[in-house]
Design a protein around this ligand. Sequence first.
Ligand SMILES: [Ca+2]
Ligand SMILES: [Ca+2]
Ligand SMILES: [Ca+2]
Ligand SMILES: [Ca+2]
Length: 926
Amino acid sequence: MKNWIQRRHIVFLVLLIPLLFFQGVSPHIGYAESSLTITSHQNGDRLPVDVVRISGSYSAVKNIEVIIDAKTVNKAQLVPNSSESGEWFYDLDTNEIDGSVEIVLKGTSTITRYSTWSEPLLLEVDNNKANTPKVMIQDPKTDTSITKNTKVTVTASGKNDIEAVYIRVNGGEWTLTKKNSDIYTYHLVTLSERDKTYSIEAKAMDSLGNIGLSQTVYVRTGNGRSVDTTPEKQDRAMWIWENASYNLIYNEGSRKVLDAFAKDTTTFNQDAITTLYLGVDRYYGVDMLEDERERVRNFISWAHQKGYKVHALIAGGTKPPHFGAFDRYHEIALREVENIINYNLSSRSEEQFDGVNIDIEPYIASQFKTEKPSLQIQYLNLLEKMMDLKRVSDSSLSMGAAIPNWYDSSPYAENITWGPNLNDGERETKWLSEHIQDILDYISIMDYRDFAEGSNGIIERALDEIEYAVTINKPNSVVIGVETKDIADGGDPELISFREEGRTYMEQELDKVYATMNSSPSFGGIALHHYDTLRYLPSEWSDDGVFWEPPLDTEAPTQVDRQPKALPTSYQSIFIDYGRAYDNGEVEHYAIYRGLTPDFTPDESNLAGESRGLSYVDEGLLADTTYYYKVAAVDVNGNIGPVSAVASATTNQSSLKPLKVEEASIIYSNGKAEVTITVSDLKTGLPVKSNLSGRFEFVSGKVVNGTTNDQGQITFTSETLGTHSGKIGFKINAITAAGYYWASSKDVSYDLQTTWAFERMSESEDAYIRSDSYGDINYGDSPILEVKGLEESFQSYDRKAYIQFSSDPSSLDNLARVTLKFYVDRGISDSEVSSVPLSIYGAVNQEWNEENITWNSQPDSLTFSKVGEVGVSAKGWYQIDLTEWASSLENVHSLTFRLSDDALMDRLVPIQSKENTNAPTLEIRK
Ligand SMILES: [Ca+2]
Ligand SMILES: [Ca+2]
Ligand SMILES: [Ca+2]
Ligand SMILES: [Ca+2]
């Protein structure tokens, strides 16, 4: 059995997916109501070598984590004094710390769902036992030439005696140096190769076994290795985070699945993926670039054989990733780049990374807003230092960064004065994005919008970066990234992800991006975020939706290679972790089963949850109760492997009473989904008045919250859903009530999802017409049907829309309901007009067609009768029930609707036509 996880003091390893923190439209400052403070200590306090309790208070924040020196993320323990606020504490063990240590708290605001941060606290520990030796290569200097025989000299010092100093050249074996008073020396003999580049690293070990590493020194013989940085198109690229990337290096079957996915161009009429941004950060104690070089080499040469380029995907090397942007942590972030360069220098050409994708997002830190431009400049300095590592190591790596689409439009990115420090460049004042584009080989814009065209769309938000790249002559350097993650839980608006719309729609929008961008020399392609969410993005959310199918496989994964362990983390949660399982395909997730006795039989009924990674937190448990867990791996085809041995843990005690979901249901009715949830006291079964928050799923990402009534009941309604078929669900995020907690494991079993599908008539013709001097112009191919009404004294501004559905005469027989639906392209409300009442008129068997209808040739208005009015304000679907009118019709070959603003509100109502994405439809239910 492989025991590949080296566990030292990691207890709660939180997976940090940096792009997850993307905050939508512009930087966001949380509301004052959410707060997190550290009260037990002050900056500069000296801590004893012991277990020290750090504590403070919180308000309107949940999921509180304590981040220690940007290295570990740990759960805080809570002592609530109400459901919203209280005290937190964390017992910090300083036995493994020496020197200064920074502590920051992070939580999720219960108001905005964005991250809330405490002020950082810097403490001191004087602890010889944990001292890390400082080691430095004095000679040769980096970026110099060496001869065939070179003396390498190193200095090392620390609070404890230095026991040994080692040298490693181009990732070879660590070799002991000779000690010469205070200097350590090594005689380096280079091979006869004329032009070569070398990495030299030193490592010092003290008498207690503490290890310190030097920065890498890069030297060359002759001209060094040859450099080729011809910028290449990356179309299409895809982000692959560590949950998936470690599978790819440990489990060969995962490559088969990735290759099938990346090369598939038929399921969604999509383009093939050719560039992989491969996450290489430390994962459950393993650093793949240091500990698993052979596996990484094996993966990259496989990928190259299959025609892929591979970029190492890194963040700051810190937890959370964006801390790498701060000066204090630059050394850690730079080591990430050194690791990639050194890995490449130690590997054959076919095993080397082709590029680096840097995902450090400094705007997540509050200082990005409060201390502008300090952090912006620290970030630029870091990028410059990273590029300098590339230069001194004669590296051909294509270096790029993921950046938000607003580094060229937000006030927080405006007027940044910066100039290269290392080669004494001139300081210039420009957009943050422009500095970044000056420094790096490429950018991958996180151009997170779910529509291509128009104001604020994908194209518009990337145009300035594309144009700037042309002016600085960087071809193929602007990659446009799009999001497919389900982001509704994080506070971002659903317009940043294609998740709700599905892949068919996404591919249509991406086609528009290509159509506009392909002609620009600086366009570097499209990048998709990210592999683990894309595999589950259907063509559309409905019964007709198609999912990507992995290659057929009936073989189940292995058992996990380390049996699970369980540990309570509060009165209502238990942390479970376990080893890795292997499969001939992709291990998709681990199923975690929960029982109340050690010999329980794992099955669907006691499935506590699923985890893509190697740990899981089971929440909503009963206090002071012992639970038993078993784990089984599930492959991408749904084959379930053998279950593990059992692990158990007992939750802490609590005076809070458990409540549960007593009843929950969802229905689709009249164009909307309606969810009803009843909450009750677990013991008494009596209703509990509580606050409930949740979100709709699948086609909708709408987030809702509210308070239950005296019967413990609450109903949430979705937005109007205009499509004739669809799938919608609902997920409860939190239930809170004074004196209670949500014991979700005791909820009645419920399935909050439903689908709908109706017959519909698609329109055959649509057009708008315009009055007076425009009276002979035809607008039949416009993607927007314009409606506007003004007083008669204003000439030439009136517009009306005509929409026609052809039908066979039987299609309106035996009706239950007929609904006309149309989509308003953008909101029309302003300070004077909150909504426009659209008048809708209907007529049967009218003779007109969209190629030639004009104001002057429109059908006779006397043949129309008014069928109703719809008030239009925000962007979205609108509908009108026509059942009564349609039931009386006979011998129908076609139906025509005329839309006008008879109230003369003087506002243009833009309705999407059949030449657009959301064409009007006539939905028929029988
Ligand atoms: Ca932009
Ligand atoms: Ca969306
Ligand atoms: Ca399998
Ligand atoms: Ca049309």
